[in-house]
Design a protein around this ligand. Structure first.
Ligand code: SAH
Ligand code: SF4
Length: 400
């Protein structure tokens, strides 16, 4: 990765450097599907196994340039370098939490836009059991058109979809890092900036290269796509041969409350969303995760916990209670620990599988969109809200 970043445990890092790529630059080779890479290598007059070798360097090595592909003939390396750049993303800032369990990076796209990705580490247990492993959380859009009321990314508005290579490279960034030292990256969650279902094709193209043995070779069941409730996406995922897991950001068990938190709910209300989730489960046989961010005095009462249990009755569901990460300028606060415990207890007593997500990396702005917002402000001066940034949620149908 580029030398424009520095890492400081738990503290601020580098100012963003100016974008080095301009329109007209070479496209990144990571945007090519494995089939396209095979065709390219054939067009360049090389045998098919060379494509697998190139893919090995792209997806399963620590290489960051064509010149490092030592088992690939120089002529092929040069031909590739004339047509493509090795990677699209460069590092703009990186932070490690004080406890070193969360590593967050802001990556710059070829057009100068910034996105962020996080690696969360789950160390060996105190008794030496379990492995030192990590989950990587990647972004799928620059900003997000859904504009949930407690989300830093939603506040930014929507700029554009990421390409498959731009999504994939975020995971590769941490995979490269984990090949040099522990932890091993096992899971990838599409829970960073943006709504993956509104960028379905690029997201699933990235998934396909992450799980293919000639790509990064991760287990498909270790990948989770999270959605705020874009029904057409849930329906497509149910029929998709790539068997990734589904997480649904619910945050409220009824329309009156969910309408105020997730604007998309006005278009796809709770009953329709639940019907789609049940149908997804019937078709795939897979457990569905429901994320529920606990907001102080808003959605954290025992009555709402009871309503949530009734809503999920009979489903193979896992509820992930997320302590809110505070976002500057937003009128929400994390629930008190006693309220989190009481909410959890109601769900548990009714037999639901429920975990409270460990609060990770709060000292490094690890919540969705927060560090990226800070890097932007530091680099360019505080940005005022731009109403023209994104279509209203009810207009995003065309983005499917
Ligand atoms: N757009 C998708 C995936 C990205 S958001 C979705 O909404 O599911 C990933 C998760 O982070 C969502 O469950 C979202 O509700 C949650 N989230 C957003 N802002 C948060 C905050 N300030 N604190 C805690 N969780 C937050
Ligand atoms: Fe978009 Fe997800 Fe944030 Fe909602 S929570 S604004 S869907 S990124």
């Amino acid at each position: 990765m580029s030398a424009t970043s520095s890492v400081v445990a738990g503290r601020a890092v580098a100012e963003p450097a100016p974008a080095t790529h301009v329109a007209g630059d070479l496209p990144p080779i990571t945007d090519l599907s494995l089939a396209d890479l095979g065709r390219l290598v054939a067009e360049l007059g090389q045998p098919a196994y060379r494509a697998d070798q190139v893919a090995g360097w792209l997806y399963r090595s620590t290489a960051t340039g064509f010149d490092e592909m030592t088992n690939v003939p120089g002529a092929l390396r040069r031909a590739l370098a004339e047509r493509y750049r090795f990677q699209a993303l460069e590092t703009a800032a990186e932070r490690v939490s004080g406890d070193e369990e969360t590593r967050k990076v802001v990556l710059r796209l070829p057009d100068g836009q910034l996105v962020e990705s996080v690696m969360m580490r789950y160390p060996q247990r105190w008794d030496g059991t379990g492995s030192d492993r990590a989950t990587v959380c990647v972004s799928t859009q620059v900003g997000c058109p859904v504009k949930c009321s407690f989300c830093a990314t939603g506040m930014m508005g929507f700029t554009r979809n990421l390409s498959s290579g731009e999504i994939l490279e975020q995971a590769l960034y941490f995979l490269r890092w984990s090949r040099r030292e522990p932890p091993v990256v096992r899971n990838v969650v599409f829970m960073g900036m943006g709504e993956p279902m509104l960028n379905y094709d690029a997201t699933m193209a990235a998934v396909s290269r992450l799980v293919h043995p000639t790509g990064a070779g991760l287990g498909v069941h270790r990948l989770t796509v999270s959605t705020s409730g874009w029904l057409p996406g849930i329906e497509r995922l149910a029929a998709d041969p790539l068997a990734v897991r589904l997480a649904v950001s619910l945050h409220a068990p009824n329309d009156a409350l969910r309408d105020t938190l997730v604007p998309l709910n006005r278009r796809f209300p709770v009953a329709d969303l639940m019907a789609a989730c049940r149908s997804y489960q019937r078709v795939t046989g897979r457990r569905v995760t429901f994320e529920y961010t606990l907001l102080d005095g808003v959605n954290d009462t025992p009555e709402l916990a009871a309503e949530l249990s009734a809503l999920l009755a009979g489903m193979d569901a896992h509820i992930n209670l997320i302590p809110m990460n505070p976002v500057a300028d937003l009128p929400f606060a994390p629930s008190a620990p006693a309220a989190v415990d009481a909410f959890h207890a109601v769900l548990r007593d009714r037999g639901l599988i429920c975990t409270v997500r460990r609060q990770m990396g709060r000292d490094i702005q690890a919540a969705c969109g927060q560090l990226r917002a800070e890097v932007r402000e530091r680099g360019r001066g505080r940005r005022s809200p731009q109403n023209g940034d994104a279509p209203a949620v009810t207009d995003v149908a065309g983005a499917r």
